[in-house]
Design a protein around this ligand. Structure first.
Ligand SMILES: Cc1cc2nc3c(=O)[nH]c(=O)nc-3n(C[C@H](O)[C@H](O)[C@H](O)COP(=O)(O)O)c2cc1C
Length: 172
């Protein structure tokens, strides 16, 4: 019924990866999906570190101690540039919203390519900042592993673990 909904329903948080390398071409498509995302005042206030090199990947994994993460051949460290982001006149900085949209585009594009992702925000951001030598205005927000999934049986997992529309939509 909806090609988009089919892809959205394919995406899930995979926490089991094959070590198979991810093709460079597919990474480019995923990053292109981020590039075309909307952002407040079109500031596009993000930086993505596509970490593939083993030593650096190990360091990034040390900011989030989970065995499953170590298998991911690629981890994209998604950062917001706080000073580049649009700020509303009440002081609200919109950088996190912009970055979230771009990351969501990437997860959906990855799903369409048969690749696994998982949003990771519960990592040691200070340690990550030190590893990548990020300046004060660049904040690491999301670690996004990209890999071939080893748990494809979970593909429809969240069709049953979501609230009903009636519980959060109010038609007026
Ligand atoms: C902003 C955000 C932060 C998240 N942080 C983590 C995390 O640190 N570790 C983790 O394993 N999953 C994390 N997740 C994944 C959620 O647990 C997951 O999206 C949610 O349980 C729904 O499952 P699904 O992604 O399979 O549909 C995060 C998701 C979002 C959107």
């Amino acid at each position: 019924m909806s090609a988009f909904l089919d892809i959205a329903k394919m995406r899930y948080s995979s926490r089991s990866y094959k070590q198979t390398p991810v093709e460079q071409e597919k990474l480019h498509i995923i990053l292109e999906a981020a590039r075309i995302a909307p952002s407040a005042a079109n500031r596009q206030p993000y930086i993505f570190y596509v970490v593939r090199e083993e030593k650096l990947r190990e360091q990034i994994c040390s900011t989030y101690h989970r065995e499953w993460l170590k298998n991911a051949p690629v981890i994209i460290v998604c950062c917001v540039n706080k000073t580049e982001a649009w700020t509303r006149n009440d002081g609200k900085n919109h950088g996190d919203i912009d970055l979230a949209i771009a990351v969501d585009h990437m997860t959906l594009q990855a799903a369409e390519l048969g690749l696994a992702t998982c949003w990771i925000c519960n990592f040691d951001t200070n340690k990550c900042r030190n590893i990548l030598e990020l300046p004060e205005n660049i904040e690491p927000v999301v670690l996004l592993p990209i890999a071939y999934p080893a748990d494809t049986e979970k593909i429809n997992i969240h069709l049953n673990n979501r609230k009903n529309l009636e519980s959060f939509v109010y038609w007026k």
